[in-house]
Design a protein around this ligand. Sequence first.
Ligand code: KIV
Ligand code: ZN
Length: 517
Amino acid sequence: MNSDRVLIFDTTLRDGEQCPGASMNLREKLEIARQLARLKVDIIEAGFPIISDGDFEAVQTIATEVQGPVIAGLARCVSKDIEAAGKALLPAGERGRIHVFLATSKIHREHKLRKASEEILRLTAEGVRHAKSFVSDVEFSPEDASRTEPEFLAEVVQAAIEAGATTVNIPDTVGYAMPGQYADLISYLRTHVRDIEKAVISVHCHDDLGLAVANSLAAVQSGARQVEGTFNGIGERAGNAALEEVVMAIKTRPDVFAGLSTGIETREILKTSRLISRLSGLHVARSKAIVGENAFAHGSGIHQDGILKMRETYEIMDPQDVGWGGTDLPLTKHSGRHAMVARLEQLGLTLSEAEIVPIFTRFKELGDKKKFVYDDDLVALAGDAVAGETGAYSLEYIHVASGSSTVPTATVRIRHGGESEQDSSPGNGAVDAAMKAIDRIVKRTGHLAVYLVEAVTEGQDALGEVTLKVDFGDGRLITGKGASTDVIEASARAYVNAINRALVMQPTASGIEMPKV
Ligand code: KIV
Ligand code: ZN
């Protein structure tokens, strides 16, 4: 059997759940299975019914409730396993598949099973026949196939097909295979197993050497038409082949996978990945292909510039195709002028050339100090620049005297328009005193509506970031942010930042309408 369709077999709920710490309850498994059905995977391996009542119930419930995909249950080549799987899969009717496995490699035969090759052949045929008495759709896996002698593997696969297996899976159980070698093994089976075309050839790769996806794709090029794996690549030890990568490689490289396709609704990929990560508790690395936070985030200025001119310069996939909102261009010290201006425009700030020059200089300075330059930082930079001749206010100095038996008093020095001014004020607490002293200099009165302190680094010298929202009496709430190892100083900086932003949030001399907060 060789068609143009590559079937996607998801084993998140079975092999994925074997990942230490990833076990899920019935409700969570059902939620994942429903999402896998929306994603249109072809087969969901819902569990291993004999291993626990929980697994039996999960397979039975998913077989009852989830429509669309084939539902598979795993079984060793042992009667009681096969019977449990058959029973759990009853509600799936024609969509039920029993997946029977038996180890075939020399090391497993001699040290784990202690069985001769002849016995393995006999058990294979018996197991498949027994499974066939429950369902017509039977998959057989010679466990550790990639380390099995190819001649013997061919005999086992042939025995399974003769007994009625409709899918023969060739697992790289310990992630030992190399792509070329694994592709050759699939070709070998295609030429040495009689009636191989009666079954779908499947592959199931583990990632111990980081090659699970590469091996799966090499096998597809050799004629495999079912790929097993999990979303986010979770699974036993280093995990299984990450299906999102397999699916997107086939879709993105039609030149390599000529005429082949999967039935996956790729726009559901990100949602699936996030759901599995949330319910399994296994985080997805930022740099993980397709679904990692950075998968479509371009940090370098040259790349950002290219992307803005033509997305395809640095993007081989459209992020929206896998469910992302769009390309993310986080601004960093590497970002170029073009990217900064584009982001300012997205924020509603169309600035003149004269205004952009100093903003870009300060943007680069800030980028040297911070990993990312956020939208708020940009608005503040723009605010400083647009304030023009008079310049923005900046905090030069702060001293606060407070204690259990003194009235808190703050003294601040603020620079503005090339001049420095100092004043003091008592207050109802240190932050209030600092704000009042600043008010006396800037001749405004701000009322604090929201005040938040967050540690942005760890340890005793943690940098605290204060975010506040201030009402200066015109009904708008203006956000200000400030960071320092001293929380009172961070608060004063945040307050000065809010004042500067309030200035530019009004129509300015340059006619620029700044965004409302
Ligand atoms: O890795 C493996 O060999 C398996 C089999 C049960 C298919 O998970
Ligand atoms: Zn496995």
